[in-house]
Design a binder for this molecule. Structure first.
Ligand code: IPM
Ligand code: MN
Length: 351
């Protein structure tokens, strides 16, 4: 029995979560596993009504689940930052989901803006550190609002935090067993302290994984290579902010936000799976948003829950669905949100 907490969230979150749950139900039916989904209403509406984002008591409750399935967080009537920090980042931090795992995979039939690149070229995974760096909120103002104002935003990198992320990346590369190649993405030519720790930890950890070849690339160069030679990459490990930035670029080359999913992983605790696009408020309620990213999040969740056959079937469902759509982009998919969900669910069910 898998106990799954579901946070549909804001905007189009509930619409894509509904399709993800449809596919989950189909997978359970076909592969004979049991699950229970418990829904939570954290998000913009609840915040506007109660002032609550993600209360501490809820964090404790979430710890008792086997996984969390999240739709999207972000509401046009709430000042930017409140919900992102109060819900999404709070969950990542409080549940110590120290890995943000973001596969960048171009499925057959999906259009990529990269001319001459296909599914064989675009298939790598970014392991993003998810609890440290610039995201910890360390810093402050001096003389705020005056001409002498000082704003400090510090990047906090601990040996423990960096090492557990790098070890996870090595182990993931080994398990993935594709090219057995791990690239550290950093900025050692400028960030003398944080990136020095990352590079030293990477080099000191590498000998424990003799089967994995390693290399290093600066984050700006990685952006160039994602466009020019994405086939060079197998697994990339990087800090929180660089991982945030390069995975948006990664999402675009795999066909867009409509198809990109990620997992906020605590290997020793409860993990949270999400489509990585936002709440897309202007499309809310129109049944036009692409649910495949949410369905891909379900695939990752099933894999994580040990339901690997079900996960593989969901991936096949996604692959078939993408081949049946002219585009992944809103307005050009030729099918509605629920039709795509139905199509993927039917494929998972094997009909
Ligand atoms: C992401 C998002 C978040 C992040 C925001 C919403 C705080 O961009 O999941 O990549 O920066 O991590
Ligand atoms: Mn982001």
């Amino acid at each position: 029995m898998h106990n799954i907490a579901v946070i549909p969230g804001d905007g189009t979150g509930p619409e894509v979560v509904r399709e993800g749950l449809k596919v989950l139900a189909a997978a359970a039916e076909r592969f004979g596993f049991q699950y229970e989904a418990t829904e939570y209403d954290f998000g913009g509406e609840r915040y506007l009504k109660t002032g609550e984002t993600l209360p501490d008591a809820a964090v404790d409750e979430l710890k008792s689940f086997d996984a969390i399935f999240l739709g999207a967080i972000g509401h046009p009537d709430v000042k930017p930052g409140i919900l992102e920090q109060g819900i999404l980042l709070k969950a990542r931090f409080a549940l110590d989901q120290y890995i943000n795992l973001r596969p960048v995979k171009l499925y057959p039939g999906v259009e990529t803006p990269l001319r001459d690149k296909g599914p064989d070229d675009i298939d790598f995974v970014v392991v993003r550190e998810n609890t440290e760096g610039l995201y910890v909120g360390s810093g402050g103002f001096l003389k705020k609002g005056t001409p002498d104002e000082v704003a400090i935003q510090e990047s906090i990198n601990t040996r423990k935090g960096v090492e557990r992320c790098i070890r996870y990346a090595f182990e993931y590369t080994q398990k993935r067993n594709k090219d057995n190649k791990l690239t550290l993405c950093g900025k050692t030519n400028v960030l003398n302290y944080s990136q020095d720790l990352w590079l030293r930890t990477f080099n000191e950890t590498a000998p424990d994984y003799p089967g994995i070849s390693t290399n290093y690339a600066h984050v700006d160069a990685i952006c160039m290579w994602f466009v020019k030679n994405p086939e060079w990459f197998d697994v990339i490990v990087t800090d929180n902010i660089f991982g945030d930035i390069i995975t948006d670029l990664g999402a675009m080359i795999q066909g867009g936000m409509g198809i990109a999913a990620g997992g906020n992983i605590n290997p020793e605790g409860v993990s949270m799976f999400e489509p990585i696009g936002g709440s897309a408020p202007k499309y809310t309620g129109q049944n036009v948003i692409n649910p495949l990213a949410a369905i891909a999040a379900v695939q990752m969740m099933l894999d994580f829950l040990g339901e690997s056959d079900a996960a593989a079937a969901v991936e096949t469902g996604i692959t078939h669905a993408t081949q049946g759509l002219p585009s992944m982009a809103v307005g050009r998919m030729g099918k509605s949100t629920s039709e795509i969900g139905d199509m993927a669910a039917a494929l998972v069910r094997g009909s």
